[in-house]
Design a protein around this ligand. Structure first.
Ligand code: NAD
Length: 392
């Protein structure tokens, strides 16, 4: 158990992320740089996803690595076999269930472990703080499905985490949980609090949502914004996160829940920007303005955004979602979910965010229309919805 890594949720993002994590930690063990990754455990309800994951893992890491992977049915079984568990699930209900379900949840399994479980040892002995950046006013997080937008993190020396001392090591956790899902920030903080409290600090949890979409996930070039309430958890998590993230793209955001908080705020802005762009382009088209001329002027003017630069719906712009029929990218149904998370968070704090409310209502309709297919297309397809409404 002490040297086993587990992964729950092998969907569009979980599959490529787990592939990178498993192959890179396996190779590190093989090269004698680390001995921790001797076993792997996966948990996924969909058999086809498991088969496709295992066959790709065999291709990349060979049959010896694939042979080290065991499959379990639920979080409870997983927690008895793995000391480091990562999850990539759809949203809040699934994360609550996988972690806290009293029969099959991770916590229920952890509570059956012996008190003498060995403490986690770090994966690497090199500078454990390498790669941590504090979010600052000058930091930009790459938008959702970006493969090309640069992140410009600013190193802030005051946020460097102090190395763990030997006395701290004795009280180190025996299990590390990393949830990469985009879920409710309040729930993320509560789940971590519940787990820390119920295990007398012997289990450490961090929230580590990601940005960059499936392309960056495959390349191991994600931006990861994480919330962590302890140095030990951060120190143990970093080597794992580094197998999935781009250089200098692991960003410390504060205590538990703050990583997801940053992610939800970012996606709220993106949700609105993409609709604003669609409206501007649709009006330009109706006024008889050349769409590419308008596109170019927006991108050197004050209306520009990541949506206008990278995610325009215009078919005439090479590499745009419009050109590829809105395939790939960030699905409208996921943007609908994230706008809902932002609204839920704001409502709990009595904060009015009317533009997000309007954006969510629009994505709701887009998901229902387009013969039901727009829900799984890139969310820039909202432009097609506006054009269709004009004709109706
Ligand atoms: P997905 O629906 O493709 O994958 C979710 C996986 O979780 C599925 O394979 C599902 O079978 C599995 N699952 C659900 N409940 C489970 C359970 N109880 N036990 C085991 N497995 C379970 O979703 P995705 O696109 O991979 O997104 C995952 C998360 O990442 C979401 O929160 C999403 O908002 C976020 N995200 C997605 C993207 C993207 O471009 N797709 C980008 C950044 C962040």
């Amino acid at each position: 158990r002490a040297s086993t890594i587990g992964w729950i949720g092998l969907g569009a993002m979980g599959h490529p992320m787990a592939l990178n994590l498993f192959t890179k930690t396996y190779l590190a063990s093989h090269n004698s740089r680390s001995s921790i990754a001797s076993g792997y455990v996966i948990c996924e309800q969909d058999d086809a996803r498991v088969s496709s994951f295992l066959s790709e893992l065999r291709e990349r890491g060979g049959s010896e690595l694939a042979g080290k992977v065991e499959r379990v049915e639920n979080g409870r079984e997983m927690s008895k076999m793995a000391s480091r568990i990562l999850t990539m699930l759809p949203s809040t209900p699934q994360v609550e269930s996988v972690y806290l379900d009293s029969t099959n949840g991770i916590l229920s399994g952890l509570q059956t472990l012996s008190k003498d479980e060995p403490p986690l040892l770090p994966l690497a002995t090199s500078d454990q703080t390498e790669g941590i950046e504090r979010l600052s006013s000058s930091t930009t997080i790459s938008p959702e499905p970006s493969t090309s937008s640069p992140v410009v993190p600013r190193l802030d020396s005051s946020t460097t985490l102090s190395p763990t001392t030997s006395s701290q090591r004795e009280s180190s956790p025996h299990t590390l949980l990393i949830d990469c899902t985009t879920l409710s920030p309040v729930s993320a903080a509560n789940i971590a609090k519940n787990i820390h409290g119920s295990t007398s600090g012997k289990v450490a949890m961090i929230d580590a949502p990601v940005s960059g979409g499936t392309v960056a996930a495959k390349k191991g070039d994600l931006t990861i914004m994480f919330g962590s309430s302890s140095n030990e958890a951060t120190e143990m998590a970093l080597p794992l996160l580094q197998t999935m993230a781009g250089k200098d793209r692991i960003v410390y955001c504060g205590e538990n829940g703050k990583g997801v908080g940053v992610k939800v705020c970012n996606n709220l802005i993106l949700a609105i920007n993409q609709i604003a762009l669609a409206e501007g382009l649709a009006l330009g088209d109706s006024l008889g303005i050349d769409p590419v001329l308008l596109h170019n002027i927006i991108n050197t003017s004050s209306g520009q955004s990541w949506s206008s630069r990278v995610n325009t719906p215009l078919k005439a712009v090479p590499g745009s979602p419009g050109e590829r029929g809105y395939e790939g990218g960030f699905q409208t149904r996921l943007m609908l979910k994230d706008a809902g998370l932002a609204l839920e968070s704001a409502a709990a704090l009595d904060l009015p965010i009317p533009m997000t409310w309007a954006a969510k209502s629009i994505y709701e309709v887009v998901c229902r229309e387009g013969k039901g297919q727009w829900a799984t297309k890139d969310f820039s397809v909202v432009y097609e919805w506006i054009k269709k409404k004009q004709l109706e």
